[in-house]
Write a protein that binds this ligand. Structure first.
Ligand code: NAD
Ligand code: MG
Length: 393
């Protein structure tokens, strides 16, 4: 029986993964090792009971008594805290879903790779902050990383049987997020609620805001560069409001492979779960006659400074990805707290990068977890100062 673990089980990707595992037979078909969550211990405990998990771990230590109470008498182990989540990744499991949001997802995923597991990687921040380290560790330990981000799953599927050297370009599609049709002058006043109204995808709160600001796409450009190892200038971004083409690969001979499907994360998650095979999945089928048109437009770089910043990050490389992501996470916290405006997020990230390029050697190699975590920490501190100044202004 295949064994699985889900890191970030209570989130949007975690719930979709749970749904697929349950439909595929649940505890009768999979041995569930670890399930982790943040604070929602009621849901975490329920999932652990249904899948008869070996251990349930919550990130927040204050929630441990509740988790224990909820699982009393079940024989399911419980634990809490960042360290306990990392240790849960040392437990043997054949397939590990990495679906914690933010840089917090890096360490558990890395630990799973060091044990040679198959890592279904939804946590794009892992590749953005520590791409070279992650890829090197996977190669060294014979581990497999399967992309779960819909764009990267689409590209991965487009490359089955192909030679990576035959790639001419990769075209990442972007929905444009909730504010894509707003006039540029109005963006500075956009509220959290407005930025959360995503037209096509239902996702966690943080990635939904990142979609509206295009920071999500900026992270994905870097993710593409790190995962597929191709040149930054071979990666393009196009706005495709219908979100039906999940991305495209263009080859030297002029052919373009586009991956289409309903915007439902259970497709890329299910592909990673069943890889290298395909199994039936509960996703809607496209009716082309009804869809009639697919539309595209070039992103306006004035609206989306994030798309320019990710190019700088790829140019500096080294620890710039870790600093970029940490500054973005900090700026997002300030926006979610209504302490800075929507467009200030990019300003905070840009100022943080500018400040750190001079006093931190961002170009140092990224083959050390300590350096990545150090850069993350430093960038959070600097971004906090910068965001605080902006919120006071
Ligand atoms: P979410 O906010 O819905 O869920 C995040 C999960 O991580 C929850 O279980 C939460 O409790 C847990 N968590 C949060 N902070 C934590 C911490 N500090 N330590 C440990 N656990 C913590 O997020 P999501 O939308 O499911 O996204 C998860 C990851 O997948 C992100 O990296 C995101 O970019 C990526 N992703 C998501 C989607 C999507 O459709 N939701 C699509 C592509 C990629
Ligand atoms: Mg994506």
């Amino acid at each position: 029986m295949r064994s699985i673990s889900i890191f970030g089980a209570t989130g949007s990707i975690g719930e979709s993964t749970f749904d697929l595992i349950t439909r595929a037979g649940g505890a009768g078909a999979f041995r569930t090792v670890a399930l982790t969550g943040g604070r929602n211990v009621a849901r975490l405990a329920e999932m652990a009971r249904v899948l008869r998990a070996e251990i349930a771990v919550c990130a927040d230590e204050a929630c441990l008594p509740d988790l224990r109470a909820a699982l009393a008498g079940t024989g399911i182990e419980t634990a809490a805290g960042t360290q306990a989540i990392a240790e849960a990744a040392d437990r043997p499991a054949d397939w590990v879903m990495s679906a914690i949001v933010g840089a917090a997802g890096l360490v558990p995923g890395l630990r799973a790779l060091r044990h040679g597991r198959t890592l279904a990687l939804a946590n794009k921040e892992s590749l953005v902050t520590a791409g070279p380290l992650l890829m090197a560790e996977a190669a060294r330990h014979g581990a497999t990383i399967l992309p779960v981000d819909s764009e990267h799953s689409a590209i991965f599927q487009g490359l089955v049987g192909e030679d990576i050297a035959a790639i001419d370009r990769i075209i990442l599609t972007a929905s444009g997020g909730a504010l894509r049709d707003w006039p540029l002058e109005a963006l500075a006043r956009a509220t959290v609620t407005e930025a959360l109204a995503h037209p096509n995808w239902s996702m966690g709160q943080r990635i939904t805001i990142d979609s509206a600001s295009m920071f999500n796409k900026a992270l994905e450009v870097i993710e593409t560069r790190e995962y597929f190892g191709i040149n930054p200038d071979q990666i393009e971004v196009i706005i495709h409001p219908e979100s039906l083409i999940h991305s495209m690969v263009g080859f030297h001979d002029g052919a373009i492979m586009a991956h289409l499907g309903a915007p439902d994360m259970r497709h890329p998650i299910g592909y990673a779960l069943n890889w290298p095979n395909r199994q039936p999945l509960p996703v809607a089928r496209l009716d082309f006659a009804q869809l009639a048109t697919l539309t595209f437009r070039a992103p306006d770089m004035n609206r989306y400074p994030a798309l320019r910043l990710c190019r700088e990050v790829m140019h500096i490389r080294g620890l710039a990805g870790a600093a970029f992501n940490a500054a973005k996470e900090t700026a997002l916290d300030y926006f979610l707290d209504n302490r800075i405006g929507f467009m200030d997020m990019a300003g905070v990230v840009e100022d943080t990068l500018d400040a750190l390029v001079s006093d931190l050697r961002l170009e140092t190699d990224v083959l050390s977890l300590e350096k990545v975590l150090g850069a993350d920490h430093l960038a959070r501190r600097r971004a906090t100062e910068i965001a605080q100044n902006r919120s006071a202004a």
